[in-house]
Design a binder for this molecule. Structure first.
Ligand SMILES: Nc1ncnc2c1ncn2[C@@H]1O[C@H](COP(=O)(O)OP(=O)(O)O)[C@@H](O)[C@H]1O
Ligand SMILES: [Mg+2]
Length: 270
């Protein structure tokens, strides 16, 4: 069964893209087949994975809309293979900006990504979707296509404010287009030398309990270097603290998702 996850937070710079690539690469290292989808027009995920141009084989824009358009083209779509082995990517495209404007005018646009994944999800154990920093139509599309949303949060006071709006959106999507949607929080960029961070982490733990992953990702500048080098952290600096923490997160998530017997959206496929 494939597990389909989106990494969402309407705030920018909270390690969504970093988490998507680092977690995906850690899962691939553990022998899982992983598909990453870059749903951000800024293409940060693709660039961090060393892919600077949209796919030649066809754009993500066509892939997302082919089920929505009457004349949709149905040729097969080939994600790019990356390092480590078992990691594949549907790269982003700046044209997603134009698509996002058109989406609300298309009937059942919310289901575009879910339809697109119907053909490919069975080939992967995990599909991770990197979202742009907004709760616009592309993010609604992502939330409709996934089993689970991972919300990266920093342990600072202001970060908590945006969470209310985000969780309200998740609840709306659950009522409207995706009844099985669940969510969790991941504490990122944690500064362990700062007392406020520890206090905020405790508050998050108090408010969200088991919805907050036990693994905490600390500050590590090697993540910036890895992104600039176009490589996942587990390849670029395999022994770094961040690589170890993302591996630990992968273990925690595998234990959680692979012990669940729930039938998800794409469960019938494998
Ligand atoms: N744990 C971390 N420690 C230090 N820098 C980080 C960490 N996680 C991410 N970064 C850096 O912070 C910046 C924003 O991260 P990014 O993943 O692009 O956020 P988002 O996708 O939410 O906008 C990037 O330069 C990234 O390399
Ligand atoms: Mg990003």
């Amino acid at each position: 069964m494939s597990r389909v996850l989106a990494i969402v937070n309407q705030k920018g710079g909270v390690a969504k893209t970093t988490t998507c690539l680092s977690l995906g690469a850690s899962l691939a290292e553990q022998g899982r087949r992983v598909l990453l989808v870059d749903l951000d027009p800024q293409m940060n995920l693709s660039v961090s994975a060393g892919v600077r141009e949209p796919l030649d084989e066809g754009s993500i824009v066509d892939w997302l809309t082919r089920g929505l358009k009457e004349d949709g083209n149905h040729r097969s779509f080939m994600p790019l293979n990356l390092r480590p082995d078992g990691l594949a990517l549907v790269s982003g495209d700046p044209e997603l900006v134009a698509l996002e404007r058109q989406l609300p005018g298309m009937t059942r646009y919310e289901f575009g990504l879910r339809d697109a994944l119907e053909d490919v999800a069975a080939d992967y154990d995990y599909v991770l979707i990197d979202c742009s920093p907004s709760l616009g139509p592309l993010t609604v599309m992502a939330l409709t296509a996934v089993h689970h949303v991972v919300i990266p949060v920093t342990a600072d006071y202001l970060a908590a404010w945006g969470l209310v709006q985000l969780i309200t959106t998740v609840e709306k999507i659950r009522e409207r287009t995706n009844p099985i949607l669940d969510y969790s929080l991941l504490c990122v960029m944690f500064d362990r030398r700062n007392g406020i961070s520890h206090a905020m982490l405790e508050r998050l733990r108090g408010s969200f309990g088991e919805r907050l992953w036990h693994t905490v990702i600390g500050l590590d500048t090697r993540l910036r270097e890895a992104a600039a080098a176009g490589e996942p952290i587990v390849c670029y600096a395999p022994k770094s603290r961040a690589a170890q923490q993302y591996r630990q997160l992968a273990q925690e998530m595998m234990a959680f998702f692979e012990n669940q017997n729930g039938r998800g959206i794409y469960a019938a496929t494998r």
